[in-house]
Ligand binder design. Structure first.
Ligand code: NAD
Length: 703
C-alpha cells in the first residue's frame, strides 16, 4: 500500500516525504509508487517550496527489493521515479538519517541536495549480486564523488563513510542526533535564499580527471580479485560512459550494461547465493519459543592448529577462553602462536598493540580439567581419533557444569559416538570450523541424534556472534563439505592415472573459478591428511585398487606436500610456487600398467565433468539422506568452506544452471565407459535421475 510505504507531512513550505518499508526500506513497488505520488503532489502544490526525502527507519534505504527480480514486475521502474525527482523544478533534498545502499543511494544521487552525518555509510553493492547499479548510480556517482572514488565503490561494492565523500554531500553534520534540526535549517535557508535546483545531470566530468590510464590501472589492480566475474568489467565500462557521454546517453549505456549482467548466469548465481546465505539461518529444528543458553566463557581442548584459531574467534569478540592441553609445553606453544598471529595483524595495521594485549588477556591456559568447571561451552579440537575424543568427552562430562554445551570440532568422526561417551548427549554437538579457523567464515554445525534444539539454536546464534556463517548438517562421514570433497579428490587422482597431467587438472579447476586446483590444494594441506583418512577407511575403498594410489605412493615415500618441499609438485625452499615433477607421471604410468588402466589424452571438458559432477552427485545423495536440509545450504558450505566460485552460486546452483539432465547423462556416460571403476563411482544419484526426468532442478526442493 503506497499510503503505508511512504508517508508525507507538511512543515511550513516544505513537503517531508518519508519512506517506511521495514525492515530495510527496500524500494519495493509500493515505495516507488508512493514516491511518485508524493513528489508529484508536492510539485503541484503552490504552497510547497522544497521537498525533503528521508526515512523514519534505521536505514535511509537498503536498495532494490531483490525478491522482485524474479517476478519481472519492475513497474514503475526506479529510473522513472528518479527522473521525476531530478527534473523537479523545486529543490529536492535527500536527508540520509541512516545508511543508503544501492537504489537507496541512487535515490539520494538523483536529488538536488544531500545531507547526512559524518559516520553514515553509503555504497553501491550491486556488483555482489552479479549486476551493476541500474538507476543512474554509475553515471551520477562519478559526477559527484569523482571518477576514481566512484569506480572503486561501484566495482568493489564496498560501503564508504559519508565523511569521505565531500562531493556527494552538501552538508555533513558531526552529530547524528542533530541531523534533523540541522537539515531543517539547511532546507529553510535554501528556500529563503531562493536556491535553485542543482541537477547532477548538469555536471560534466573533466576528462583530465579520468584519463584512460586510470581505467587501465584499475583493471590491472582488480585482475586477481575479479577473476572470472562478469559484472566488474561492466561496472568499469559504465563509469567510462559517465566520463564520455552526457547523462541521458550515459543512462542508456548503463541500462544496456545492466541488462547484459542481469541476463548472465552469474547474476542468477550470485542472487541465488545472496538468498542461500540468509536461508541457511532458517532451520526447522527450533522456533521462537526455543530458549538460548548464555555463552559468556568458553573452554577449548587442544591448542593446536584448530584450537588456537578457534580461540581467536572468541577473544576477537571479547569472550574469555580457557585453553586446555595435557602438557605445559604444548600449551605454551599454542599461546605463543596465537600471540604471533595477533602481532602479525598489528604489523599490518589491522590491530593496535593494545588490541593484541586485550585479546591475549582474554586467553588463559590450563593443564587441569578442573579449570573448566565454570565454562558455558567447550569446543574440543584434539587429534582426530575416536578413543581420544571419547576420553576427552568423558572427562568433560565429569567437570563441566550442568547446561554447558560440549562441542567437537571433528572433521569426520561420528558425533553420536562421541556424545555416547557422556551422560548428557543432548548437550553434545559438532562445531566444524575450517582452517584457518580465525579466517574462514564457514561453520558446519553438526546435529547428532540426541542434540537438543536449544543447543542447536545457541550454536547458530553464537556463530553470528563470532561472525561465522553457520549451516546445520547431520551426522555422516565427513558431514557435507568433506564428504563431497572425497569424490573430487579421488577423481583428480584417477584422471592422472588415466593420463591427465596434474597441472592440466589444476588449471581446469582454477579456470572454472576455484582459487586453486586439487593437487595444489592437496600439497598445501599436506597429502598425509588424506592418507590418514584413507587409512581409517581401507575397508570401504578396498574394492577399488586404483583409489588414490599415486597419492598413497607419494606419502609412503615421504612426499607429503609443501611442508617438506615435495608432494605432487616440487617446491624451492621458501617458495610456494608448485613446480611440476615428471617423476609423478612416471609413478602414474607404472601404476596404470600394474592396474591395467589404459593411459590416453583427456580433454578439459572431461576433466571438469569428472571432477565436479561426482561432487554434485554426492550432494544429491546428501540431500536424499537429509544430511543437508536444502541444496542452497550445500552451496553456502562450498562457497565459504572450499572456495567454490560465488559466480557459479555453489555446486548445486551450478548443476541447476547447466541442467540436471546434462549431469545425469554425463554420469551415465562415464559409468558405462569406465568399466568397473565407472560402475562403482558414477552411478547417478536417484534424486538426480528423478529431477532430471521431471525437468526440475535442486532448487525446486527448497520451495
Ligand atoms: P593439531 O595436531 O594441530 O592439534 C591437536 C592438539 O590437541 C595438539 O596440540 C595436541 O597436543 C592436543 N591434544 C591431543 N590430545 C589431547 C588431549 N587428550 N587433551 C588435550 N589436548 C590434546 O590438530 P588440528 O589440525 O588442530 O585438528 C584438531 C581437530 O580439528 C581434529 O579433530 C581435526 O580433524 C579437526 N579439524 C582439523 C582441520 C584442519 O584443517 N587442520 C579442519 C577442521 C577440523
Amino acid at each position: 500500500m503506497s499510503e503505508q510505504a511512504v508517508i508525507q507531512q507538511t512543515q511550513g513550505n516544505m513537503s517531508l516525504i518519508f519512506m517506511q518499508n521495514p525492515p530495510v526500506n527496500a524500494l519495493s513497488k509500493s515505495v516507488r509508487v508512493g514516491l511518485i505520488e508524493h513528489v508529484s503532489a508536492a510539485l503541484a502544490d503552490d504552497a510547497i517550496s522544497a521537498i525533503v526525502i528521508s526515512s523514519q527507519q534505521q536505514l535511509f534505504s537498503g536498495g532494490a527489493d531483490i525478491s522482485e527480480f524474479s517476478s519481472g514486475d519492475f513497474e514503475p521502474p526506479l529510473p522513472e521515479v528518479l527522473a521525476l525527482i531530478e527534473n523537479a523544478d523545486k529543490p529536492v533534498v535527500a536527508v540520509l538519517n541512516g545508511p543508503a545502499f544501492g537504489g537507496g543511494l541512487e535515490v539520494a544521487l538523483a536529488c538536488h541536495y544531500r545531507v547526512t552525518f559524518a559516520d553514515n555509510k553509503v555504497g553501491l553493492p550491486e556488483v555482489n549480486l552479479g549486476i551493476l547499479p541500474g538507476a543512474g548510480g554509475t553515471q551520477r556517482l562519478p559526477r559527484l564523488a569523482g571518477v576514481a572514488q566512484a569506480l572503486d565503490m561501484i566495482v568493489t561494492g564496498k560501503p564508504v563513510k559519508a565523511s569521505k565523500l565531500p562531493g556527494v554531500f552538501d552538508l555533513i553534520v558531526e552529530n547524528p542526533a542533530s541531523l534533523l534540526s540541522d537539515a531543517s535549517q539547511f532546507v529553510s535557508k535554501l528556500v529563503e535564499d531562493g536556491a535553485k535546483v542543482k541537477r547532477t545531470s548538469d555536471i560534466t566530468i573533466d576528462p583530465a580527471t579520468a584519463p584512460a590510464e586510470l581505467f587501465a590501472q584499475y583493471r590491472k589492480g582488480i585482475a586477481k580479485s575479479a577473476r572470472g566475474f562478469f559484472a566488474p568489467e561492466r561496472c568499469i565500462q559504465a563509469v567510462e560512459a559517465a566520463v564520455e557521454l552526457p547523462l541521458d546517453e550515459g543512462l542508456v549505456r548503463e541500462g544496456e550494461l545492466f541488462m547484459e549482467c542481469m541476463k548472465s548466469p552469474q547474476a542468477r548465481a550470485q542472487q541465488h547465493f545472496f538468498f542461500a546465505e540468509r536461508a541457511a539461518g532458517h532451520v526447522k529444528d527450533f522456533d521462537k519459543s526455543t530458549p538460548v543458553r548464555d555463552i559468556k566463557k568458553v573452554g577449548i581442548i587442544g591448542a593446536g592448529t584448530m584450537g588456537g584459531g578457534i580461540a581467536m574467534n572468541f577473544a576477537n569478540v571479547g569472550i574469555p577462553v580457557v585453553l586446555l592441553e595435557l602438557k605445559q609445553e604444548a600449551l605454551d606453544k599454542g599461546l605463543a602462536l596465537i600471540r604471533k598471529n595477533y602481532e602479525n595483524s598489528a604489523k599490518k595495521g589491522k590491530l593496535t598493540a593494545q588490541d593484541v594485549e586485550d585479546r591475549m588477556a582474554l586467553l588463559t591456559g590450563t593443564t587441569e580439567y578442573a579449570s573448566l568447571g565454570d565454562v558455558d561451552m567447550v569446543i574440543e579440537a584434539v587429534f582426530e581419533k575416536m578413543e581420544v575424543k571419547q576420553q576427552v568427552f568423558k572427562a568433560l562430562d565429569e567437570v563441566c557444569k550442568p547446561g554447558a554445551i560440549l562441542a567437537s570440532n571433528t572433521s569426520t568422526l561420528d558425533v553420536n559416538e562421541i556424545a555416547a561417551a557422556t551422560s548428557r548427549p543432548e548437550d553434545v554437538i559438532g562445531l566444524h570450523f575450517f582452517s584457518p579457523a580465525n579466517v574462514m567464515k564457514l561453520l558446519e554445525i553438526v546435529k547428532a541424534d540426541k542434540t537438543s534444539p536449544d543447543v542447536i539454536k545457541t550454536s547458530m546464534k553464537l556463530a553470528k556472534t563470532i561472525r561465522k556463517v553457520a549451516v546445520l548438517v547431520g551426522v555422516c562421514f565427513g558431514f557435507v563439505g568433506n564428504r563431497m570433497i572425497e569424490p573430487y579428490g579421488r577423481e583428480a587422482g584417477r584422471l592422472v592415472l588415466e593420463g591427465a597431467i596434474p597441472e592440466q587438472i589444476d588449471k581446469v579447476i582454477y579456470d572454472f573459478g576455484l582459487p586453486m586446483g586439487p593437487f595444489t590444494m592437496g600439497d598445501m594441506a599436506g597429502l598425509d591428511i588424506g592418507y590418514f583418512v584413507r587409512e581409517s577407511r581401507r575397508e570401504y575403498i578396498k574394492h577399488d585398487p586404483s583409489y588414490c594410489v599415486i597419492s598413497d605412493k607419494l606419502v609412503e615415500e615421504g612426499r607429503v606436500g609443501l611442508k617438506c618441499g615435495k608432494g605432487v609438485y616440487l617446491y624451492e625452499p621458501g617458495n610456494r610456487t608448485p613446480v611440476p615433477d615428471p617423476y609423478v607421471l612416471d609413478i602414474a604410468k607404472q601404476e596404470a600398467e600394474r592396474l591395467g588402466v589404459k593411459q590416453r589424452e583427456i580433454s578439459e571438458q572431461e576433466i571438469l565433468e569428472r571432477i565436479i559432477f561426482p561432487l554434485i552427485n554426492e550432494g544429491a545423495m546428501i540431500l536424499e539422506e537429509g544430511i543437508a536440509a536444502k541444496s542452497s545450504d550445500i552451496d553456502v558450505i562450498y562457497v565459504y568452506g572450499y572456495g567454490f566460485p560465488v559466480h557459479r552460486g555453489g555446486p548445486m546452483q551450478y548443476a541447476d544452471e547447466i541442467g540436471l539432465d546434462k549431469i545425469y547423462q554425463a554420469m551415465c556416460k562415464y559409468r558405462d565407459e569406465l568399466g568397473e571403476y565407472g560402475k562403482h563411482w558414477f552411478e547417478p544419484a536417484p534424486l538426480i535421475k528423478q529431477l532430471a526426468e521431471q525437468g526440475k532442478g535442486f532448487a525446486s526442493l527448497n520451495k
